[in-house]
Design a protein around this ligand. Structure first.
Ligand code: PBE
Length: 295
């Protein structure tokens, strides 16, 4: 490109340059990945830990000062991914596993040689102070809730195929009685006591929360789900307005929330282990590392 341009008069080169600047089209494939994407990474809701990590640790850590993370939501992110993927266009998203997108699209994590996204994490169950005294059987069930990535992925895929989250959860529960019976072991039947579960509309947490709702109801609780943002989810458990949540990513992703409210909740430990997060791109893109975003 540079060689060809060098032969053209500078006036013509200037015209070409201006024409390129005025164009609304995304850059041509000879442009750098940053130019092609307008230096935009497709993010999710601003309260998500992955947004905080990407904006405050990863971009500065790799010297990517030209890049921005665009706020949105989990569903807007997957919609943007599908749109780009269908046209084989470049896209970079803030991504995580477990998530159905890896079953639906051929994707890869960009390598993170500095390890700024942290290693594999756990997803913990966090309950309000006093739940154990008020509802010991619900507390016991929540404490015994534990599953594997393949399980949550099955529920997520059912939802992604168009099933209502409650129906997907019910189907998964009916097909996994042996595992579910370990969660309800020693749990006495309730008689319609109300419980409030808080969750954020992240696909993994939608799936896990609906499964836990289903199982709590199967032993006699009346469960209300409240969809909130990440900050209010933590605050709501800390101030007791919510009873429990099952989507606390630790020790890295929700470290700030954990520190902010420590002492005001009870941590029942992991319900799932082996998560991952990072920048995710379609496999057809020819970049492999976050370092490739630097020019
Ligand atoms: N996530 C999914 C959340 C936790 C669960 C990775 C988008 C977050 O970044 O806070």
């Amino acid at each position: 490109m540079f060689k060809k341009l060098a032969g053209i008069t500078s006036a013509l080169a200037l015209t070409l340059g201006l024409a390129a600047c005025g164009s609304e089209e995304t850059g041509s494939s000879s442009d750098s990945i940053g130019e092609q994407l307008d230096y935009e990474i497709v993010g999710i809701d601003p309260g998500a830990g992955i947004m905080d990590l990407t904006i405050n640790e990863v971009l500065p850590g790799y010297g990517l000062d030209k890049w921005e993370v665009v706020e949105g939501s989990g569903s807007a992110m997957t919609a943007a991914l599908k749109k780009a993927y269908d046209k084989e266009e470049p896209i970079i998203i803030t991504g995580w596993s477990p998530h159905w997108k890896f079953a639906s699209f051929d994707l890869k994590y960009l390598e993170d040689p500095k390890g700024l996204y942290g290693g594999a994490e756990d997803v913990n169950t966090i309950v309000r102070q006093g739940l154990k005294e008020d509802h010991p059987d619900a507390h016991k069930l929540l404490d015994q809730f534990n599953w594997e990535p393949e399980h949550i992925e099955t529920v997520m895929n059912l939802i992604q195929e168009g099933n209502d989250p409650a129906d997907a959860a019910a189907q998964w529960v009916s097909e996994n009685e042996e595992l579910v019976s370990k969660w309800t072991e020693g749990v006495n039947k309730a008689s319609g006591e109300e419980l409030k579960l808080l969750y954020v509309a992240w696909d993994d947490v939608i799936a896990s929360t609906h499964v836990v709702e289903n199982v709590l109801e199967s032993v006699g609780y009346e469960v209300k789900l409240m969809q909130v943002d990440a900050g209010p989810m933590w605050a709501g458990i800390a101030d007791g307005s919510g009873d429990a949540m099952v989507g606390a990513w630790l020790p890295t992703t929700h470290a700030n929330y954990y520190a902010e409210y420590e002492g005001k909740f009870e941590d029942l430990g992991p319900n799932l282990t082996g998560t991952k997060l990072g920048l995710v791109v379609p496999a057809y893109m020819d970049i492999d590392s976050i370092e490739d975003l630097k020019e």
